[in-house]
Design a protein around this ligand. Sequence first.
Ligand code: ADP
Ligand code: ZN
Ligand code: ZN
Length: 733
Amino acid sequence: MGRCLRAFRRGRPSRREPPVGRPGLQWAALPGVVKVEPITTARVLRGPFDYEAPEGAVVGTRLIVPFGRRDVPGVVTGLAHESEHALVAPRRVLDPSLPRELVELAFWLADEYCSTPARALALLAPHPGAKAKTALYAELAGAHDIESSVDRLSGGKATTRREEPTPPRLSDAQRALLASLPRFCGPDTAALRRLEARGLVCVSARVVRRAPVHLSVGAERPQPELTPDQAAALAAITGAAPGEALLLHGVTGSGKTEVYLRAAADALGRGRSVIVLVPEIGLTPQIVARFIARFGDTVAVLHSQLGPGERHDEWLRLRRGEARVCVGPRSAVFAPLDDLGLIVVDEEHDASYKQEGDPRYDARRVAAFRARQSGAVLVAGSATPRPESFRALRRLRLPERVDGQGLPPVEVVDMRRAPRALHPRVHEALAVARKAIVLLNRRGWSNFLTCRSCGRAWGCPNCDVTLVLHRAQKAVTCHHCGYREPVPGSCPDCGSTSIARHGTGTERLADDLERALPADARVFRLDADVAHAAGVLRAFGAAPGGILVGTQMVAKGHDFPDVDLAVVVDADATLRFPDFRAEERTFALVAQLAGRAGRSAAGGRVMVQTLVPGAEAISFAAAHDADGFLAAELERRAALRYPPFSTLIRIVCSAEEAGPAHAAAQAVRDRLGDQPALGPAALFRLRGRERAQVVVKADARRAAIDAVRAAVEVVSADRAHRAAAFAVDVDPQ
Ligand code: ADP
Ligand code: ZN
Ligand code: ZN
């Protein structure tokens, strides 16, 4: 393939220069050359490549171009009048084009996250395989109503031989069919085709919109009158400067969503469009439902469960301006909307805003870029904002719940002497609670298995981790690579059948509770092993009583008014991670779960089990003191020079053997110049690959990113390191 590609040698614009045409060159009527970025994931093939310009090509035109021996999709990133290469014509032009701002965004993404424009464009452009769906559509031919069609038919006969007009030879069914037009043919295609043959009907293909099925749309209550705090927040948002970013820091139940809705209405009223980012649609259907209830068809929803066709249709509705509000998870930040006036990032603390694969972008940063690019206002909302946002953004406060309820009292339960997963006091509280939510951030039955005779521990053959028992699936599985094997009956090393199960996951806890509680208490389980998360949430919401047991999924923005008890089983599980965000995560998890309890006049309570009752993150959460936590956390980060006081960049080198992985990481580190870096440090083996990482902790973000990109480009191109793969993560989570 390499040889063929040389025909399209690159004429690459400098990275600093935005990919635009050359308006200075007036002498030729039309630029004859397009610079095309082929959408491929190969890192070594850097575009753009020159092609003959198709008529009307602009920056953003999507094409299919011959590339090597294949035809690949591509996007025009620049226009030129001449090329030093022999030009080839694109195969065809795809409609519609990508907005020019998104092409600029792709270059920014590639730069900011050490990726390539082609990979960035692959995120932004609709999948070229997806096509508009068409179906047969029937209209009355020529005439405007049935009677005249019928007259025409009978009149035509009348002029032939007989004097009196023939009664139209139409059955009642055929008349009814004609009366139902125009419409899609559906099951009547054959009958309508027969009428078409008689010249009565015209059948043609039309684009159908595949309307995605939205999760239950609750009846939207009439628009409430804003509280003074909400009104003040709204006024600040609608009066903000173009490109400004605001933090809406409001306790759970303080009416943040209502503020988003009003701000969106204001933007739409000014002819601008709106993007609303939410963590995970399956888990937060309520906010989507409220946007649809208020704005109807002007809302397009993008979510991971859409098929490629539905996604394409929603993309088209946005691109054509038929939909002006886009609601969706992180990728919705790429919605092809013109005239953006408002971008909302709901639950801005949520980790799902960071993408795991290359480019490892952070949708919150992308949102800020788009807001600046189009003069929109960015609103990041949360009850537990990130220290970064708390420090950098103008703060708007909603300190009280709309219903006037105080936040529920939180009891910290010391587990250092407790023999079981649940403290006896928690058991008692669960037995009398009407509805309770229990959070345990570990799925499965038990964490790991060991042989009681020889001590063998069951581990993953691909990763250096233990296998987790899932009893219902009759398997032990790896939570990192998905490897699974049947539950062992005996030890392969010593033959013993005595196998110990250690630890408790959600599956076992749900089972324990079902046994321990009165027979009429229903237990619902919600974790990544459960197929229909939204269904479980609905069932729990509709049930008169019961316990919802699950992972952090249960702490997302659900609004169940009758939950009177919330329990965190192992609050320091997140604290045990050796990560500077451990405190922040623990605080957010406990505070978010606490926000799920006591949303009614009956009030509620929260119990937090912990082995470290004195931990700051837990005490602040128990006191509902976000400001106190954030102040202390920012102080700690400043002292240790962690973000937002520095930029972290992680470079992970992996290979089948530990040696090459480590050598590649060392080579990267050696090429980083005077960038302050840590490592290489070995990481645990993952998916059959040994890994070593280098972490850059820099004051000057731009310079650090450029240094890392340069180092990785050189080392990855070095044949001595060809066994290694490289992943760069700017702002790792
Ligand atoms: P948050 O997003 O901050 O958790 P929500 O926007 O979900 O809070 O609001 C909580 C509840 O209060 C919702 O049922 C919402 O309809 C209701 N609500 C919001 N604002 C008002 C208001 N101004 N008056 C009465 N009810 C309101
Ligand atoms: Zn054994
Ligand atoms: Zn594994």
